[in-house]
Design a protein around this ligand. Sequence first.
Ligand code: F6P
Length: 552
Amino acid sequence: MNLKRDAAFANLRQLKNRLDRLTMSELFALNPNRFEDFSIKYDDLLLDYSKNHIDKDVITVFKDLAKAVNLKEKINDMFTGKKINITENRAVLHIALRKDLNSSILVDGKDIMPDVKESLEKMETFVNAIRNGEILSSSGDKFTDVINIGIGGSHLGPEMVTKALKPYHDGPKIHFVSNIDPSHIFDVINSLDPKKTLVLIASKTFTTIETMTNAKSAWKWMSQSVGEENAGEHFVAISTALDKIKEFGIRDDRVFGYWDWVGGRYSIWSSIGLCVILAIGMDNFREFLKGAHEMDEHFLNEPVENNMPIILGFLGVWHINICNYVTRAILPYDQRLNAFPSYIQQLDMESNGKSITSDGENVSEKTGVIVWGAAGTNSQHSFFQLLHQGSEIVPCEFMLAANEHEEGMKEHKDLLVANCLAQSQALMVGRSIQEVIRILKKRGVPHEEAIRLAPHRKFMGNRPSSTILYKKLDPKTLGKIIALYEHRVFVEGITWNLDSFDQWGVELGKELASDMLTCLDESSDSKNKDNNYGEQDASTVGLLNAIKSFQE
Ligand code: F6P
């Protein structure tokens, strides 16, 4: 129980009741400075949150809320290496990976920054040697292709960042295998020449069944082509579990470690980012780290009202706990960020999708949010119907670059920008029945028909959205944006008193899947032979039997 937090929530609820008497458009009409009052500019990043149904009193209560949940102290705890992941007794220090390398942070009395520095230098040497052909494949070829095998945090970040920074690629081509579905690895390796391919096995624990199984298949594929004895020349391991790598047989100088204080979904800044570095080079990767560090500084130092992650976090709390909006759409108007919503999905839902507080009690308020989304303008032609007219209100987060990398494509760019701005405007202003009738009649639709059609063509409006605008999708900006979202998730987690850094909710399914495997093994278990599968429930037995009968 946090009475001060509950009091802040009660105040926010009162403000919501008051605000409900006015639409957002009316709030804009009443305050000519609304955009300035409800936007934050930081360097070449702008957060416009003026199209949320709030006013200045809400921001004042946000400040109370920050005090009520001891936000500043909690931020400090994270940045100074306190073991805030209480169920795993670990520090949470992804911020160290992008920090000034001459600074220091102590974990268990040991300064971790020299290790961070050494790891970056080791990666730089290796990546440069691969990119300039000093390290060649077992057949003496330059590595033209790299496969990153990983899943969850060991896949989503590497893939999203690699794709986002395509204009900066001047290294080998990067491919991704994550799913255990054999079609995934099959399609990737079938398009590649093993003699010119480097395989990265990325797994924090080096036990994840999907990654280990895919890695074994990749090893087999490689061995068949270059010989078992040479396969190691084509493999790299990235993990915190160095003992397990040894069992796999990867050469010591091809092993890149990191640390248990880096969570999987926060690991893109560590050696898990190796495929990104191979693609864009170390200088660009350092810019990426720099951008994230700048956001860390902003988060640490700015007061609530001028602090992007805090405002974005409390807006999330406002939407979930006060307005009862249970989902959130991430809408990058930036095709290269098409994988960004999936990345944020893991970051947000694996961090805050929890119902037990850090004190071991049931949560008293809704926590977590269902995150989804896709790049605009494509998504306009799929799910925007629901955003505009559905019965569920979905706060939207638009993302837009002011500049593109492509020259001579102004027509495309202007259309992209116009669509992004138009969508957030449409969500806010809507269109009344009277307006629809007027427009239809002007177009020559008979009165009766206009009346019949109008309810279907009405837009409720008053739907909240924020826009993140940036100069250009370059490495530094991307680093900043990812760090912004990381800290936003942290702010929400602190408000709900969660441990945002464990993920026990993924374990049960993993365990049951391993039991289920025995049901598929016809040879070993006599219980399977009578099609009863031991203790399985009736639905599972039915499905197992149906699968058997469908199998060719
Ligand atoms: O299943 C969830 C999870 O543990 C994620 O948290 C993690 O990012 C992913 O699996 C992959 O784990 P690893 O990097 O250890 O293979």
